[in-house]
Design a protein around this ligand. Structure first.
Ligand code: GRF
Length: 217
């Protein structure tokens, strides 16, 4: 199968990037054309370099406003001609024009069971809300922050004695499973967004997100 060209955007440690790099070394049919970071010291850049993937740094601080940063970012991304853009811990709010440009071909990972806990500090907020179940979601990116159609989710229990760190670690393990999974579906041509912004998976409109736990092993 031919490999889908992708570009990955990061701001930090890049463990989700690593999960995709590792899966691509196995049998995930993607070629990571570039990893782009808005932070020069993001450890994920090191992971990319180690895997011989081109890296680029575009620091938002060097731009006077969001529009000019996003325009430069889109230009940079498009120079690699990706068919899919992956936000993997990319900590920037994107402008509507940017999001529209990648409509149906940009995914994000969010560390909560969306629509719960959009935005930041999801693990701490889940603990404070005393939920019993927490998790992670992969969604198409639309103009609503963390509000795009959800493809797949994975849950973890919140355990007595958890703090934000232990809970984050438990969720992160699941992130590393569901991101490569959603990317695989997209790369295989099984996953798309229709003109009503509904997810189509294997030819059927998805009414509710796929739950990892319900996928037969
Ligand atoms: C992950 O929890 C991701 O869901 C969130 O930021 C974290 C990034 O982790 N948006 P990493 O950089 O992939 O290790």
């Amino acid at each position: 199968m031919s490999k889908l060209p992708v570009v990955v955007l990061i701001s930090g440690g890049g463990t989700n990037l690593q999960a995709i790099i590792d899966a691509a070394k196995e049998n995930l049919p993607v070629e990571i054309k570039a990893v782009i970071s808005n932070k020069a010291n993001a450890y994920g850049l090191e992971r990319a370099r180690r895997a011989d993937i081109p890296v680029a740094i575009l620091e938002h601080r060097q731009f006077s406003d969001r529009e000019s940063f996003d325009a430069a970012l889109a230009g940079l991304i498009d120079s690699y001609q990706p068919q899919l853009v992956l936000l993997a811990g990319f900590m920037r709010i994107l402008t509507p024009g940017f999001v529209r440009h990648y409509h149906g071909r940009m995914l994000n990972i969010h560390p909560s069971l969306l629509p719960d806990f959009q935005g930041l500090h999801t693990h701490q907020r889940a603990l404070e809300a005393e939920v019993k179940k927490h998790g992670a979601s992969i969604h198409f990116v639309t103009e609503e922050l963390d509000g795009g159609p959800i493809i797949v989710q994975a849950s973890v229990p919140v355990l007595p004695g958890d703090d934000a760190e232990t809970l984050a670690a438990r969720v992160l393990e699941k992130e590393h499973i569901i991101y490569p999974l959603a990317v695989r579906w997209f790369a295989q041509g099984r996953l798309s967004l229709n003109d009503r912004d509904q997810i189509v998976l294997d030819g059927k409109v998805l009414d509710t997100p796929v739950q990892l736990e319900q996928i037969p092993a």
